[in-house]
Design a protein around this ligand. Sequence first.
Ligand SMILES: [Zn+2]
Length: 427
Amino acid sequence: MSEMIAETAGHQNSSLGDQIVERINRLAKISETPEHLARVFLTPEHRAAAELILTWMRDAGLQAHIDAIGNVCGRYEGERPGLPCLMLGSHYDTVRDAGKWDGPLGLITAISCVADLHTRGRRLPFAIEVTGFADEEGVRFASTLLGSRAVAGTFNAHVLNSKDSAGISIRDALSEFGLDPDHIGAAARAPGELLAYVELHIEQGPVLEAENLPVGVVTAIAGATRLAVNLTGMAGHAGTVPMLLRRDALAGAAECITMIEELCRADEGGLVGTVGYIHAMPGATNVIPGQASFTIDLRAPTDVHRKRAVTDIVRHIEAVAKRRNLVLQVDVTHENRTVPCAPWLKAQVADAVAAEGYPVFELPSGAGHDAMAMIDIADIAMLFVRCRGGISHHPDEHVDMADVDAGARVLLRLIENFRPGAPFPDM
Ligand SMILES: [Zn+2]
């Protein structure tokens, strides 16, 4: 049924979708190599993409400039100049061998929505700003969200010294790009300037497709904990040590991995757990593994839930190690908090979805986004658009035209009906 609605609705106003897809394709041509899409922070491709986005913003009636970290920032004044803004945005950097929708869809859709208001001469009781973030993926410097952190005023000056694989520091790369590394603070916005931050993004997962829905309302960006686990047993001869006398670290790790998967599968609250790396020593066919190391990545929609799961899993691993007489070491290597979407703002996204004729479906985001940084300066919400097969960070990433259009119409409706969450004296 939702598909029928989507088709009908998409047919009524396909101009937004047409323009967005055409621009997605043009931006995708700006790449390190023609075969594999890669557009990385502070490179000639970054520059070329920023220039193209600037022209799109200006055509849409936004006053636009490149800020102190290389973000493209546009502003569409409200009923009178100088009003606080509803900020929309996403990133335009990519991973290597990327899809063309991750990031640009949200940015380009926002520009097209403003263009639509501009064409109709529509001004709202607040300003609209669109920000194209220059670095979200963190491909070049192994430090993510550099663009949005600069805007949120949380850019850590220590990272200026981190280097890319060629030994070039962020500081030098900024200078080379024509930006002053000592003035990144100029990109920071004051909290009072933003009424909210809303990001449209492809889902990067298969849930909306399974639900047969073009769009979904994000509840929160899931926090994550990463653990490094090391089990030490005793290496030995594969032929001479009887099974009952072994201290096989790899067999112990295998038991842990199965347990983690079972625990996560049994969870009904959206917990996901992944063991994505394992290494066994000494790593020979005829030697009992004396040592095994593996990683765990755990994510859940709330911090309480995730922390409970971490405790639970560590307790289970301890039990496995004890029973198998293995020495255990567990280290937390990474932890980031859950970023909730503000209930008042999420409700407005849901209203816009419903008003466009789609069922309101809520889901957490398992992937990180610029909104994670923007929450330090404003309440945030996100709208997800279905992507084919849930495939992302891959050249097969794809969004159907009808879904692009659905996302654009929901975002436009959200903008036009937007009401600030806190009483705002000037409105
Ligand atoms: Zn993204």
